[in-house]
Design a protein around this ligand. Structure first.
Ligand code: TMP
Length: 254
């Protein structure tokens, strides 16, 4: 296969030009960062697992009518996606107190929140993705009020659906982060779910023991990081056939 042009390299993924206009190839790396890249590491096999997990969750969300950028998985580490204009807002939903919410407001981790809480962060590495209000987002034109309404409605549906899906396999969806993009088709523009949904951007706790099964194991040096990601995939019934030992990237990327 021909070498593809790399368009963008992020902390956990690389985007390549897709095979046809309006498409991109999203490549999942094993690299992991935390605390705005102050902590860097590798989680062996993470890219393979996140590619699978994100494929699975985006397909299930698509089935209930949530529009996504996902087209199809291409191989162990790559998926074909629609090219979208990423809205520079990270939307976080919380069902149970944890992480920065616990720290900021002094609410013990594990406290069930009275209702799901949505927060926004400005997607900007140089500024360490600060928390912002809807006012900042609309005033600075990162997204319009209609975009925000669409994003909130989609986020709440995603949260309800994923909460049930994970609970069905013995996992509590504590919180997660999603990103949206603008998809232009003919003269229309639609807001679609973009980026990825994986243990990199969700907090997933075993619903019986509250054991952490997500990137907090890396952030907090809890050990057994790969095993946790693998267990999430196993419970969802989607462990890659070749297992996480098949770690080589596709030849085209070498
Ligand atoms: P937080 O408690 O650190 O604010 O994180 C809330 C959720 O957002 C958690 O599921 C992890 C996810 N997240 C990201 O995906 N990317 C980030 O850069 C941060 C800070 C959090």
């Amino acid at each position: 296969m021909a070498r593809r042009r790399q368009l963008y390299e992020g902390k956990a993924k690389i985007l390549f030009e897709g095979p046809e206009p309006g498409t991109l190839v999203q490549y999942f790396k094993d690299d992991a960062t935390a605390f705005n890249s102050q902590k860097k590491g590798t989680i062996t096999g993470k890219g393979v697992l996140n590619n699978r997990i994100s494929e699975y969750l985006m397909l299930r969300l698509g089935e209930i009518g949530v529009p996504t950028h996902f087209v199809r998985r291409l191989n162990m580490r790559e998926q074909l996606i629609r090219e979208v204009e990423i809205i520079p807002v990270e939307v976080v939903v919380r069902n149970v107190a944890a992480g920065s919410l616990s720290k900021r407001l002094g609410i013990p981790e594990g406290t069930r929140l009275p209702r799901s809480i949505i927060e926004y962060y400005y997607k900007n590495d140089a500024l360490q993705s600060p928390m912002v209000a809807e006012e900042h987002i609309t005033a600075f034109g990162w997204a319009g009020t209609q975009d925000m309404d669409d994003m909130v409605a989609l986020t709440l549906r995603i949260n309800d659906f994923l909460t049930g899906l994970f609970l069905g396999v013995g996992i509590t969806l504590v919180d997660f982060k999603v990103e949206f993009g603008r998809l232009y088709e003919n003269d229309d523009m639609r807001i679609v779910l973009a980026d990825e949904i994986s243990p990199d951007n969700c907090r997933l706790w075993d619903s019986k023991t509250n054991e952490k099964m997500d990137k907090d194991r890396f952030r907090r040096d809890l050990g057994k990081v790969e095993e946790a990601y693998q267990e999430v995939a196993r419970r969802l019934g989607i462990l890659p056939e070749a297992g996480v030992r098949d770690l080589k990237g596709p030849e085209t990327l070498q």
